[in-house]
Write a protein of this length. Structure first.
Length: 265
């Protein structure tokens, strides 16, 4: 059994990981929540609906990492630096799906990766990473005569836009088109904006309802278009991907890893 600590254990993703851990041959040994959380002391299994598993939620990050092979992080950017420092000290591998990281967090990920295996991804869905590979290949093969636009749809409570996944898809498209073209992100069009420029890469966010996450890459050319879509119907898919990533890091040497490594890309 892979021994896993969860950073952000009271959140929706943390609870999904608790529910699915046993099916993925993983044992939850630590459940870390934010300082002062009302969930402190409560069994994480009871919160997730799986029954008591003997792991109480705590805001003591060091204690939560004890005995863990890997820590899976779905928290907030401001909480990540402390986790990375402590995981590095405890020699615990890190899988993180926390988005909207600043330069400090990016540097800390690289620093931590000198000591333990680290995988950071804005989306731990296996399908999304296959979509990114397919979209990049299509953009490259179709060439600059085909415009690319990305549309993402999420629930009304999502606080950031565009989604980290849309940015990931845009980065894949950009890498596929460079160095022959430099694409400029466009996040909205209003008024007399003139014809679409050849170097534009549209990234648009739609918010409403309870949509977990839809992403569509539009490739539009003369007389035809291709639409590549991924729809998430359950948050469990992100938890499964994170647990698969955790297994991938187990026993690996220190370094930065990606979801492409996990799926064999």
């Amino acid at each position: 059994m892979l021994k896993v600590a969860i950073h952000g254990a009271s959140g929706k993703m943390g609870q999904a990981i608790v529910r699915l851990a046993a099916n993925e041959r993983a044992q939850v040994v630590g459940a870390i929540v934010s300082r002062g959380s009302s969930r402190i002391g409560r069994d994480v299994g009871e919160l997730a609906g799986t029954g008591n598993i003997g792991v109480a939620m705590s805001d003591d990050t060091s204690a939560g990492l004890l005995g863990a092979d890997v820590v899976i992080d779905f928290s907030r950017p401001e909480a990540l630096p402390r986790l990375l420092h402590l995981a590095m000290r405890a020699k615990v591998a890190v899988v993180s799906g926390t988005t909207r990281l600043d330069g400090t967090c990016e540097r800390l990920l690289d620093e931590t990766a000198q000591h333990v295996p680290v995988l950071w991804s804005p989306n731990t869905s296996i399908g999304i990473h296959v979509l990114a590979e397919i979209a990049a290949s299509a953009a490259q093969r179709l060439g600059p005569g085909y415009d690319v636009e990305i549309v993402e749809v999420h629930h009304r409570a999502k606080v950031d836009a565009p989604s980290g996944t849309a940015v990931r898809l845009a980065d894949a498209i950009r890498a596929a088109r460079e160095p022959t073209a430099t694409l400029a992100d466009v996040h909205g069009r209003e008024g007399n904006v003139g014809p679409r420029k050849a170097n534009e890469l549209g990234i648009f966010a739609v918010r409403g309802g309870d949509v977990i996450g839809d992403h569509t890459v539009h490739l539009l050319g003369p007389g035809e278009r291709i639409e590549l879509t991924h729809r998430a119907t359950s948050r469990d898919l992100f938890a499964r991907g994170a647990l698969r990533a955790a297994w991938h890091l187990h026993g690996k040497p220190p370094g930065r890893y990606t979801m492409a490594d996990v799926i064999g890309g």
